[in-house]
Design a protein around this ligand. Structure first.
Ligand code: SF4
Length: 175
């Protein structure tokens, strides 16, 4: 039955190409950064993390909301239940990269990706070497700024200042 087999292959290929094309269109519409994808996630397989993780080497501590096992690899999961956005915030991506670093320090294997769950969507983010380098540079800058006399505001977002506890004293509010 070579004809039937060929038809099945073509059907499967057509389905795969259709799915790929749909995913590509969705990705283009959402304006996702490179290395980020919208994914399906089985939240029932997520394990809550009880204790904060700690890295002496990077002087870093933190706790992802969940860890999920994938082929023996531990994947960090961060949940922002009220956040609605078509693409991940870069600050959330860096937070996920930090959890990836902590999992690597704790369990000895770097996770290839992490999951970021917003209210309506789950993003799968590749934890690349470039993101790791950016995280380490950001941590160094934060430590440097923590002891500086004066630090310039790093954003132009009035909504952040509106909810900030330092608004009355910082002298750099955006409004
Ligand atoms: S009020 Fe000042 S410290 Fe707070 S977010 Fe705005 S600039 Fe930053």
């Amino acid at each position: 039955m070579p004809v039937c087999f060929a038809a099945l292959v073509l059907l499967a290929l057509g389905g795969a190409l259709g799915f790929w094309s749909l995913a590509r269109r969705q990705r283009a519409r959402a304006g996702l950064p490179p290395g980020a994808r919208v994914t399906y996630a089985d939240t029932g397989a997520w394990e809550r993390v009880a204790q904060p993780l700690f890295s002496r080497r990077y002087a870093l501590t933190g706790k992802p909301d969940y860890i999920v096992e994938n082929a023996g690899n531990k994947i960090p999961v961060e949940v922002k239940p009220n956040r609605v956005a078509p693409a991940p915030y870069h600050s959330d991506v860096l937070q996920l990269v930090a959890y990836g670093l902590l999992l690597e320090e704790t369990f000895g294997a770097p996770p290839a990706y992490g999951l970021l769950k917003y209210r309506d969507v789950v993003f799968e983010i590749d934890l690349t070497k470039d993101l790791r380098a950016e995280l380490l540079a950001t941590l160094n800058a934060l430590r440097r700024d923590a002891t500086a006399r004066d630090v310039a505001r790093s954003h132009t977002e009035p909504q952040r200042c509106r909810g900030c506890g330092f608004r009355a004293t910082c002298g750099q509010t955006t409004e």
